[in-house]
Ligand binder design. Structure first.
Ligand code: NAD
Length: 337
């Protein structure tokens, strides 16, 4: 199988590293920075390299292509690729705006190609395990996430800043594990015109939540907590650890009967019946999420279904753009899906 990579910067280099180590996969590199292009192609033993992606698309018989150029070029590069009816993985965010995202989804459908997005956290083993366990939480009432780290200087001036770069990850995971965010209220801090920090309150129906997105933290933090009547699941994406904090008030009594069974939310949460119970750390087999994401893309080309649907990536973008709007206008904003 032959996969072309467009853009060999930070993320494209990671794609090249992981794909080049896969059995039965060859890579071609296209990168406008000629020195970097030669360098990355040489390091990862690429079959060929190009300074112009159109030349690569014309000359090579590609089974798939990865678009890892900056987000403002996603739409244009996607349209160039779709003319060659090649299967496409676009890095997150899917596009700069919902209009472009809709058009891309439609074009992929018309041309019958696989179209998936690099929402790499979907492949984090912690998230896969949480997906299996979330139904054991009882009635979910709260979700908290933190995604923080130092300022990635190369992204200075990118539209939406931290909100689009980081928020699409959490919006996608929250939707995958709990449900679609339908309203947001954001407090945003900027340096000049660049968004660098946001504190967001959100609603998913009756479920409440909060997210912190930060480019002003010297420590990289990526966590998610989901609270249900039976207890709380806390996942750490970075260290790939997962804990369950039991709510003792909903645990079975000594006779093995659940203490409250009728309406857990009313009986437990509204009456404040939450007490500390056992803390269970669930074993996670650590894996590089990007490796699993690219295996999924390669498997999709061979006939399996991609895990991340472009419509889901569009939803995540809709949430990020609503957060931006809320921060600009200082009011709650309904997310239009
Ligand atoms: N999934 C993740 O966790 C994750 C992490 C980082 C970045 N990203 C995404 O990956 C994309 C790239 O981000 P990055 O941080 O690697 O940026 P980057 O600036 O490090 O690299 C982008 C590269 O694309 C090249 N480029 C630009 N136009 C090109 C073209 N027409 N043809 C070929 N090469 C071209 C640039 O020269 C540069 O080398 C962005 O969409 C970003 O949001 C995703």
């Amino acid at each position: 199988m032959l996969i072309g990579i467009i853009g060999a910067g930070t993320m494209g280099t990671n794609h090249a590293r992981v794909l080049s180590a896969m059995k039965d996969v060859d890579i071609c590199i296209s990168e406008v920075n000629e020195e970097r292009c030669r360098d990355i192609a040489g390091t990862f033993n690429a079959k060929s390299h190009y300074f112009d992606h159109n030349e690569m698309l014309e000359k090579e018989k590609l089974d798939g292509v990865i678009i890892a150029a900056p987000s403002q070029f996603h739409k244009k590069l996607f349209l160039d690729c779709i003319r060659h009816k090649v299967n496409i993985l676009v890095e997150k965010p899917i596009a700069e705006n919902l209009h472009d995202a809709n058009m891309m989804i439609e074009k992929a459908r018309e041309n019958g190609v696989i179209f998936t997005i690099g929402h790499v956290e979907r492949f984090n083993p912690v998230i896969s395990r949480m997906k299996e366990m979330v139904k054991e939480l009882g009635e979910i009432y709260l979700v908290n996430t933190v995604r923080a780290g130092p300022f990635p200087k190369r992204l200075y001036g990118s539209p939406g800043g931290v909100l689009v770069d980081l928020a699409v990850h959490d919006a996608d995971i929250i939707s995958y594990l709990v449900g679609d965010i339908d309203e947001v209220f954001a407090h945003v801090i900027r340096t000049g015109s660049q968004e660098i920090y946001a504190n967001v309150l959100f609603k998913i129906g009756n479920i409440r939540g909060s997210s912190e997105f930060s480019w002003v933290s010297p420590k990289r933090v990526r966590t998610i907590e989901i609270y249900g009547t039976n207890g709380m699941l806390r996942g750490d994406y970075h260290s790939q650890n997962l804990w369950f904090y039991e709510n003792q008030d909903s645990a079975p009594n000594d006779a093995g009967h659940s203490r409250k069974t009728k309406n857990l939310f009313e009986d437990i949460i509204l009456k404040g019946n939450v007490t500390e119970g056992r803390v269970i750390q669930h074993p996670i087999r650590a894996e590089e999420p990007l490796k699993l994401e690219l295996q999924n893309f390669v498997d999709s080309i061979s006939g399996q279904k991609p895990l991340v649907k472009p419509e889901e990536a569009r939803k995540a973008l809709a949430v990020a753009l609503s957060i931006l709007e809320s921060g600009n206008e200082n009011k709650a904003v309904k997310v239009i899906q």
